[in-house]
Design a protein around this ligand. Structure first.
Ligand code: PGA
Length: 251
């Protein structure tokens, strides 16, 4: 069945000590959270081992923000899926627009990364989303369909059960400009139909699709009430435990 997930993408923020404090606050405040939502935090690589320790025995899962497109070897500066698993990660975010835009992450590279992640038994939060120019030109449906097809259509229905899609319109990320609930619902339903067309209605029904882009306590309720929005990938608001948990309580 479809899961509700609220995932915090810390991006390149916090020192190890600050991250540890944030993780502990999230754990403490998540105690009275209902069973209807799963929490995930995605700290920087340097924090994973100590944050994993802080999450032990809690209901908060650990995610990386990226992984290498190679399994191991002479790839200076890269972090492999096996390293992430050995640091107790159960998820990795892949294809975030910041990685696509600033680090030249292509669909072909993402196929390799998703393959490696799934083979290592990591769940994947796979990000898609159009930029402002594409939205204004009315191309957002085509752009998102292409991102889903180019990467996820290389996998089987069974493999898809380990993948969560995060729809994040680039124009809403870190800008304070949220997609309206109508805009978000419209494209989430479309993404589900794209998945259904290829993999069938059951797979699409079971797919968790998150919204990301200036999601905060004040707008989460309206977004999460939409039938095809199963939670959020939260950036800025995930850096404050109270806001992150308030968002998770919005279901
Ligand atoms: P934001 O980031 O919530 O700060 O807009 C979301 C994301 O990029 O995952």
């Amino acid at each position: 069945m479809r899961k509700n997930i609220v995932a915090g993408n810390w991006k390149m923020n916090t020192t190890v000590a600050e991250g540890l404090e944030l993780a502990k606050a999230v754990v403490a405040q998540s105690k009275d959270l209902g069973e209807n939502v799963s929490l995930v935090v995605a700290p920087p690589f340097t924090h994973l081992v100590s944050v994993a320790e802080a999450l032990k025995g809690s209901k908060v899962s650990l995610s990386a923000q990226n992984c290498a497109d190679k399994a191991s070897g002479a790839y200076t500066g890269e972090v492999s899926v096996d390293m992430l698993v050995s640091a107790n990660c159960t998820y990795t975010i892949l294809g975030h627009s910041e990685r696509r835009e600033y680090y030249g992450e292509t669909d072909a590279k993402l196929v390799e990364k998703v393959k490696l992640a799934l083979a290592a038994n990591l769940s994947v939060i796979f990000c898609v989303g159009e930029n402002l120019e594409q939205r204004e030109a009315g191309k957002h449906f085509d752009v998102v369909k292409e991102q889903v097809a180019n990467v996820l259509f290389n996998f089987t229905a069974e493999e898809l059960s380990k993948i969560v899609i995060a729809y994040e319109p680039v124009w809403a990320i870190g800008t304070g400009k949220t997609a309206t609930a109508e805009q978000a619902q419209e494209i989430h339903a479309f993404i589900r139909s794209v998945v259904a067309e290829k993999f069938g209605a059951e797979v699409a029904d079971n797919m968790t699709i998150l919204y990301g882009g200036s999601c905060k306590p004040s707008n989460a309720k309206e977004l999460f009430a939409c039938p095809d929005i199963d939670g959020g990938l939260i950036g800025g608001a995930a850096l404050k435990a109270e806001d992150f948990i308030a968002i998770a309580k919005s279901f």
